[in-house]
Design a protein around this ligand. Structure first.
Ligand SMILES: Nc1ncnc2c1ncn2[C@@H]1O[C@H](COP(=O)(O)OP(=O)(O)OP(=O)(O)O)[C@@H](O)[C@H]1O
Ligand SMILES: [Mg+2]
Length: 509
């Protein structure tokens, strides 16, 4: 390899990048080379520094040390607008669209109006529609408020903005996390088109399968440093990548399971009877026994998430009922479900679950408050000890209970939400996509914690779009297709092809 065998010259070169926050060195000497037309994947555990690095590139953070060249020129953007105008566009983990503005206004945000060469609204809408159409989404209405689009649509608008700036480098921070399967396919199609035109893409994801599919080369970060550079994305063995990320080999991702008949004489903590929500699902019945982990598998739109949301009261069924410990729960009230011992980690954690400016400890102990108050006093000491134990169990980084949640990396924020429910005395845990955005090492830890809770007698109901996760963690699997349960059985009797076939065709292979 090298500059004499026809590799294109480096487009972006970062050397020795350091970024400090009070008490943390988020970046501690990062090197990165990106070439035109390649998809360069950035891998690393939660908190490794990936998002911080791209915020440096995007002009959102100023590095304390290090050198950057872009297109051969020194590059030190003072603001996000400056970075965008220089040709680097960023699609953030939390999309930075302005909700109250129209699609068109968001697409052309950051441009100097006078340079755009159009002043009329119709012309702006037309140009926006052109860009959206190039991305395969000409149907998005330019006048619609961005805040009213679904996640996939918002991402396309963010991408259209990148095109409007004729970006030569597009950075994507976990772009697939909020997308369904076919939306990810569309995203990959767009990426392939852009790279064919010579645009470089920096791609961040915790899903190795995606790296294999779309990536050309990989750079691995660990604790704010580059530990490996320019590995081939398709052929580098998984255990090598994981070992680089974590500093150890993860052999068994999933904990051992009890025997299939272990639950036969255990009481039912959850019973769902004939639950129906027209348009979503019909006549759904199942039970979760104490100590058992039950997984729901199905496509997005199959009704699996709606079933879960109805079980915990976020939606109200038109027929059927939900029972906890044999007693019906008041329908349509998550509060009632929580009071009866249900813990839930919803899919949209940012908006539904976290108080971002409050501390890790405050966010964690929210659900278990009654547990720490005796005679009206909070038992601070016990709370502290429990919070620390959870921080250690889930490897939350940095391990500081007083840090505001807003300053944690995306994956560590997820762990805080989960820890909250693991803290309270729960009868039943309802987990919706529990490992979204969580790195491979922490996933294994999380699986271990869930299994341990089950071993203590808690029932677990799990939804995940990653079939291997459902198969590896659950005792029993329910396959949902078009709003009905089409299969119910022991997880050990199923493999991924069989489940995918059930999900799509309604029959086993
Ligand atoms: N504004 C901030 N103030 C203080 N610390 C911060 C801030 N932003 C990030 N950090 C810290 O910097 C480190 C790197 O965080 P970063 O968000 O870059 O991780 P990441 O690799 O993107 O992780 P994830 O996979 O979880 O998204 C973490 O320890 C994080 O807590
Ligand atoms: Mg991140």
């Amino acid at each position: 390899m090298g500059q004499y065998n026809g590799d294109p010259p480096v487009l972006l070169r970062m050397r020795g990048i350091v970024k400090r926050f009070p008490g943390v060195r988020a970046l501690d000497g990062v090197d990165l080379d990106v070439r035109p037309g390649e998809v360069h994947c950035l891998l690393g555990q939660n908190g490794a520094g990936k998002s911080t690095l791209i915020k440096v590139l995007a002009g959102a953070h100023r590095p304390d040390e290090g050198e950057i060249t872009f297109g051969g020129e020194p590059f030190a953007p003072a603001t996000p607008t400056a970075a965008m105008r220089a040709g680097i566009a960023t699609i953030y983990q939390e999309l930075d669209l302005v909700d109250g503005l129209s699609v068109t206004d968001n697409v052309f945000l950051g441009h100097e109006r006078s340079r755009l060469g159009f002043t009329r609204r119709e012309e702006g809408d037309r140009r926006a529609r052109e860009l959206l159409a190039r991305l395969g989404h000409g149907e998005i209405p330019p006048r619609r408020e961005a805040g009213r689009l679904p996640a996939a649509g918002r991402q396309v608008v963010s991408m259209a903005r990148a095109l409007s700036h004729e970006a030569r480098l597009i950075v994507m921070d976990e772009p697939s996390a909020a997308l369904a399967h076919d939306e990810v396919d569309n995203l990959f199609r767009i990426i392939r088109e852009l790279t064919r035109e010579g645009v470089a893409v920096v791609y961040i994801s915790h899903r190795l399968a995606e790296i294999r599919e779309i990536g050309d080369r990989v750079t691995v970060l660990k604790d704010g440093r580059t530990v490996a550079r320019d590995l081939p994305a398709r052929t580098t063995p998984t255990n090598e990548i994981v070992a680089l990320m974590t500093g150890r080999d993860i052999e068994h991702a999933f904990p051992d399971r009890p025997a299939p008949d272990a639950f036969d004489d255990r009481p039912e903590v959850l019973r769902v009877e004939g639950l129906t929500l027209p348009g979503s699902f019909e006549d759904v019945s199942f039970a979760v026994r104490a100590g058992e982990i039950v997984g729901l598998a199905g496509l997005v739109g199959s009704g699996r998430s709606e079933i879960l949301e109805t079980v915990y009261g976020a939606r109200r069924a038109t027929a059927g009922r939900v029972l906890i410990d044999g007693r019906p729960v008041r329908p349509g009230s998550p509060g009632a479900a929580v009071r009866r011992g249900m813990g839930l980690a919803p899919e949209e954690r940012k908006s539904q679950a976290l108080l971002l400016d409050q501390s890790v400890a405050a966010n964690m102990s929210m659900a278990g408050l009654d547990r720490y108050s005796a005679f009206g006093w909070l038992n601070r000491r016990r709370e502290r000890a429990d919070v620390r134990a959870q921080i250690a169990a889930l490897d939350i980084r940095p391990p500081d209970p007083d840090r505001p949640v807003a300053t944690l990396s995306g994956g560590n924020q997820q762990k805080v939400v989960l820890a909250r429910w693991l803290l309270g005395d729960r009868r039943l845990l309802v987990l919706d996509e529990p490992t979204r955005g969580v790195d491979v090492g922490a996933r294994a830890e999380l699986y271990g914690v869930v299994r341990e809770l089950a071993a203590r007698g808690i029932g677990v109901l799990l939804v995940s779009s990653e079939v291997p996760e459902v198969l590896g963690l659950a005792d029993r699997v329910l396959v949902v297709r078009e709003g009905r349960i089409v299969h119910e059985g022991d997880a050990r009797g199923l493999d991924e092809p069989a489940v995918l076939n059930l999900i799509m065709e309604g029959s086993a292979l």
